[in-house]
Design a protein around this ligand. Structure first.
Ligand SMILES: NC(=O)c1ccc[n+]([C@@H]2O[C@H](COP(=O)([O-])OP(=O)(O)OC[C@H]3O[C@@H](n4cnc5c(N)ncnc54)[C@H](OP(=O)(O)O)[C@@H]3O)[C@@H](O)[C@H]2O)c1
Length: 375
């Protein structure tokens, strides 16, 4: 029986995590739940799973029993009873809980990629000095992890696949007037709003390259991206003898979440049909024209520049995506804002949490100012 803490329990990943826990009550117990705005759903989750600990933005709206307590996420992840922490918050929210969980040598199932993008070098160092398992949930890094299993020394390169999002066949210059509703219609994945817009821009793919760089300690030149519209192959690993391992499964997060929860075991898949390769149909792979995806290009450049540039990238992107969702700026303004903010940034070393958080704050304020000027 593993005691699990779920940060972001009301989100897309959090809800799917609880579905798996519901299917395997002999293996998993919910120790803690954390959410932000969704009072009704959190209330129902507390009733069903009886967690000992809860974190919520507006405590007065959520009644608890005498045996339950509200505590901050940073404290919840340190509970001596917690065996596995699922970090499924969005944006920067998972950063401080992640740092605390690492410091406490906790096993971490990790979906919330932005903290790893913004503070990759810092987190890599923490991981090297602590003993908890780090279990990737994001489907592409999870696929790399599952393909690699102990073969890192024989690696030639990894290939991450990208569906290309809803605008795959359109030049970026033609996207000026796309609406949030159009950008939120992902052709293969159903996800939270921020990651769906990031996917339409291929910013999310840039994040996954940076995430993989730090998760697996692979150099930039060994990480490729190809377009694969069907989203069946999640990533591939090419070895020095030219052979390739790929991980194939339907485009939903159930399998990577379940593997991170049950690792090192594999549990049967219950609510989905077992994969039949015939259903996959024809699989295509196409080269990625990075000139058509300015956010991807900016992300890779910021990742390679290092220091506090990646923290600025994620913060500025979060504010720009939110402004687009509120119809305050155009879709094509997002890369323009990011480019300006990254160009104005004076970087500092990213080995201290304080410098990362200061860069994050500066980028949020500056992006907001620039977005207002565009209104
Ligand atoms: N969805 C996917 O298929 C997928 C795939 C791969 C990776 N990821 C990554 O996984 C993470 C979660 O994605 P998602 O799609 O599940 O996002 P989502 O649906 O937007 O859910 C985000 C969750 O975080 C909570 N939250 C937001 N701000 C918070 C804060 N300041 N403190 C505590 N909780 C907070 C939300 O609470 P409320 O709902 O109560 O406001 C919600 O439970 C993202 O980093 C994403 O890139 C997602």
């Amino acid at each position: 029986m593993k005691n699990i803490v779920i940060l972001g329990s009301t989100g897309s990943i959090g809800r799917q995590t609880l579905e798996i826990i519901r299917e395997f009550p002999k293996y998993f117990n919910v120790l803690g739940l954390a959410a932000w705005n969704n009072t009704d759903l959190l209330h129902r989750q507390i009733k069903e799973f009886s967690p000992s600990y809860v974190f919520y933005n507006q405590q007065a709206l959520v009644p608890l029993t005498e045996k339950q307590a509200f505590i901050p996420m940073e404290e919840m992840v340190c509970s001596p009873d917690a065996d596995l922490i699922m970090i499924a918050t969005t944006g920067k929210a998972g950063l401080l809980p992640l740092v605390k969980a690492l410091e406490q040598n906790k096993d971490i199932a990790f979906a919330n990629k932005e903290p790893l993008v913004m503070a990759g070098e810092y987190i890599k160092q923490l991981r090297e000095n602590h003993s908890g398992f780090f279990l990737p949930v994001d489907s592409e890094p999870s696929a790399i992890w599952q393909c690699l299993e102990s073969s890192l020394s024989e690696l030639a390169h990894v290939t991450i696949t990208a569906s290309g999002g809803p605008f795959r066949n359109r030049p970026h210059s033609s996207l000026e007037n796309v609406t949030p509703e159009q950008a939120l219609k992902h052709p293969t994945w159903s996800m939270g709003k921020r990651i769906t817009i990031d996917s339409a821009l291929l910013m999310n793919k840039g994040f996954e390259v940076i995430e993989s760089r730090w998760l697996f300690d692979i150099s930039w030149d060994k990480i490729n991206v190809v377009l694969h519209p069907q989203s069946i192959v999640h990533s591939m690993v090419t070895f020095i003898d030219g052979s390739v391992k790929a991980l194939l499964c339907p485009p939903n997060m159930r399998i990577p979440i379940q593997y991170a929860l049950s690792y090192p075991k594999r549990l049967p898949i219950i609510s989905e049909k077992v994969t039949d390769p015939v259903d996959f149909g024809t699989l295509n792979f196409e080269p990625l024209d990075i000139e058509n995806y300015p956010c991807f290009k900016l992300a890779i450049h910021a990742g390679k520049q290092g220091q506090t540039f990646p923290a600025v990238l994620t913060a500025s992107d979060e504010v720009a995506v939110e402004s687009f969702l509120q119809n305050r700026i155009k879709f094509t303004d997002i890369p323009k804002l990011l480019e300006t903010v990254l160009a104005e940034h004076t970087p500092t070393s990213a080995f201290s949490l304080q410098s990362i958080l200061s860069a994050d704050q500066w980028a949020r304020t500056r992006t907001e100012e620039l977005a207002k000027q565009l209104n």
